[in-house]
Design a protein around this ligand. Sequence first.
Ligand code: ADP
Ligand code: MG
Length: 445
Amino acid sequence: MRLSRYFLPVLKEAPSDAQIVSHQLMLRAGMIRQEAAGIYAWLPLGLKVLKKVEQIVREEMDRAGAIELLMPTIQLADLWRESGRYEAYGDEMLRITDRNKRDLLYGPTAEEVVTDIFRAHVRSYKELPKNLYNIQWKFRDETRPRFGVMRGREFLMKDAYSFDLDAEGARKAYNRMFVAYLNLFSRMGLKAVPMRADTGPIGGDLSHEFIVLADTGESAVFCHKDLVEMAAPGPDVDWFGDLQPLVNQRTALYAATEEMHDAAAFDAIPEGDRLSARGIEVGHIFSFGTKYSEPMKALVTGPDGKDVPVQMGSYGVGVSRLLGAIIEASHDEGGIIWPESVAPFGVGIINMRQGDAACDEACETAYQALKAAGRDPLYDDTDTRGGAKFATMDLIGVPWQLIVGPKGVAEGVVEIKNRKTGERHSAPLADVIAQLTGPQSGKAA
Ligand SMILES: Nc1ncnc2c1ncn2[C@@H]1O[C@H](COP(=O)(O)OP(=O)(O)O)[C@@H](O)[C@H]1O
Ligand SMILES: [Mg+2]
């Protein structure tokens, strides 16, 4: 993309009502624009990152055996009357009436809709297990929308729903999501810790929130330090085999949010290993048995010929919130530092003297080569001065920057800068292109 033809409305200063750094940087980098409280337009740069985050979530869901579908944002109130949640959900639900005076709502979540789809099409245990997910906008009329995309009213969520014949199957489904979550957050450069969460009247131990540690997080959290650095299992696990040991490895160590905190258990951890911090909830998994299938009569016939309500679980990821969480975890005074996996552009090209024939030519060569190699370059071909170009590339967090100036070009070299480390070195253009397009490009400095 040529910056002169792009739409990148960067701001010098963040609006004063943006309190946390991720919100400030998303506004300054021209990623989002607030249209109403907690409702945002996604500008081109923000949308690019959102799509990348979404794609990682999708790939890891697919890998774990979940199947994507797309449910509507507008749902029938009658479905929610069946589950008993229509009144109970309260003011967070945005209720709508259509021209025929039918009660509709903008979905805050989709247990009812997915249960309705399931009961219409699945009858036998032989079709289980199933896990259906979608990545769809949700609306919750939050009392205090704040911190930009962290707590919006309209937000993008991945929500998956598992269906199993019995409790044992449900636990396996839960474990698959647990492991998939470890992998997907890790692919975005995040250290997300699974923490015991409240199961309410359902009981049991099958509810975890995945928490990214950050001072600006909304929840107080407590955990064993080792959990933070524990590496994700990676893709090569036996997804339909026994994942319990992988899960146990984590759940054996103490980790809980404030609501579930057990001070005595926490104090039993050696003092040096205790971590008391704040965190951002980026995902939440919950196995709730027959909570919806029973009132909504989603029954399956078991091997004994008897009909039983199907065992369900739901698994959410805050896709739009993740952008805020990633920025909270990865930024400096200059702006955002995107991990390569979600960066909006792979390489930035800075032409220090636009209009100088040699500089223009070197930039053009680099631009074409990087584009051909799929590195999605952003070429700053505007006639802004060099300092401002550096500031913009740093602000929007492009991981690699190729700097082309008249002095270097005269000597046959350009500069390459790593956004994360700040390291810069000069090399012939061809070498820099080879480095940025080679098989290890983006990984090695
Ligand atoms: N208002 C919101 N804005 C952005 N993301 C949200 C919001 N509410 C929930 N999420 C994300 O969706 C995920 C699943 O939602 P859920 O656990 O049902 O929400 P909650 O914990 O608020 O009841 C959460 O882990 C969080 O990452
Ligand atoms: Mg939650």
